[in-house]
Write a protein that binds this ligand. Structure first.
Ligand code: NI
Length: 392
């Protein structure tokens, strides 16, 4: 049983909302129905809000409170282009789209938090104003950045300027009832690149008259494996993965060009610089050694999700007091990316993991897996954490 009043009476409705969202997943910037569900829920709870943000589907709610420091709580609303295979009764009705990252759960948790905090605000027991950020397009669309750019945290849209922000993510590897976070970098920066190695095409029977970009690409790919092990500070670590190789058309033609695509992941800016410069040197140098030329385009991904040490210390103290020290853990950083990082660039922020793994199970389908389904039993835990942060 939850210590938060109202929770039990809200839960049945909230599980219904979560499963309804799961049945109707929408991709980034297309979350029109989801945004409508959020707006209806905020309206019923008597929460003031602005809709139409961040390209159309973002919603910003505001709950007035006492004169404590205003905080913001965040949920992401978008789904993924995956064909669901979970077999649950509330399986996606939108073929090829699914809530495989649990954003249906995050949205529901923030709706439930809004309902309870709105009631507390009316009673005069909420010590600070709370901003509710329902953002679109976390999965690659940087909806969080657009919410920031639209002024959602600086007081220009609704409510006061925010002085701290918290967000959560359902975590399949963590047991239900457990929360985890860490100070400093918690999730990686994820950049993408596209590279072209150009040689001189011709007849495969006369390689001496050609410059073979396939042989050069093979050498580049081999040498690139040394970037992480030889160029990046081993304490910082990093990832360089080449994930797509395209070149050639048939057996008797040496092609003109080979195309490479890939990603780098890192937690510290120095590691990012070492990955980028190390790969560029290998790409250009090894291509040149094979008589080829090379070009590369980088696509900036999400920045590192960085937990402000004070915001983290506050989160740790508040959740340990609420749930008990044994339920609040310190976690290692993860090389996935998150657009919660953009909020952390403008306000002190803390992102945390919410355990989803049911008791008695060793594993469950991971995030982005076609069988993933958010664990509804984690909804009250997430709400209780958010409420504790608002009330502390
Ligand atoms: Ni996610």
């Amino acid at each position: 049983m939850s210590t938060v009043p109202m929770m039990e009476s809200c839960l049945t409705e909230l599980v219904g909302i979560r499963r309804d969202l799961h049945e109707h997943p929408e991709l980034g910037y297309e979350e029109h129905r989801t945004s409508e569900v959020v707006q209806q829920a905020l309206k019923s709870a008597g929460v003031e809000f602005r809709a139409g943000l961040a390209g159309g589907t973002g919603v910003l709610g505001h709950i007035p409170g006492g004169d404590g420091q205003p905080i913001a709580l965040r949920a992401d609303m978008d789904a993924l282009p995956i064909l669901e295979q979970s077999g649950v009764d509330w399986t996606s009705k939108h073929e090829g789209r699914m809530h495989a990252c649990g954003h249906d759960g995050h949205t529901t948790i923030l709706i439930g938090t809004a309902q309870i905090l709105a009631a507390m605000s009316r009673e005069g027991s909420l010590p600070r104003p709370v901003t509710l950020v329902f953002q679109p397009a976390e999965e690659g669309g940087a909806g969080g950045k657009r919410m920031v750019d639209d002024g959602c945290l600086d007081g220009s849209v609704l409510g006061p300027a925010v002085s701290a922000m918290f967000g959560l993510h359902g975590w399949p590897a963590l047991p239900l009832g457990i929360l985890a976070s860490r100070p400093g970098p918690i999730l990686a920066s994820a950049d993408g690149f596209e590279a072209r190695i150009t040689g001189r095409g011709g007849h495969a029977a006369m390689p001496h008259l050609c410059v073979d970009p396939i042989a050069a690409a093979a050498a580049v790919i081999q040498s690139a494996q040394h970037v992480v092990s030889r160029r990046v500070d081993p304490v910082q670590g990093g990832v360089l993965s080449i994930t797509r190789v395209e070149g050639g058309t048939t057996h008797n033609i040496i092609p003109e060009q080979v195309f490479l695509q890939g990603t780098t992941r890192f937690l510290e800016p120095e590691a990012g610089e070492a990955l980028h410069s190390g790969f560029e040197e290998i790409l250009h140098g090894v291509a040149a050694a094979h008589g080829c030329t090379a070009e590369i385009d980088w696509h900036d991904g999400y920045p590192v999700t960085y937990n402000d040490p004070e915001a983290y210390a506050h989160w740790d103290a508040v959740t340990a007091k609420t749930f008990g020290r044994d339920r609040v853990q310190t976690m290692s950083p993860v090389m996935g990316g998150e657009d919660f990082s953009f909020y952390g660039q403008v306000v002190p922020a803390c992102f945390f993991a919410l355990g989803l793994l049911p008791e008695g199970q060793n594993s469950m389908p991971g995030l982005h897996h076609p069988c993933f389904d958010f664990n509804d039993d984690a909804i009250p835990v997430g709400i209780e954490a958010f409420i504790a942060l608002a009330m502390a």
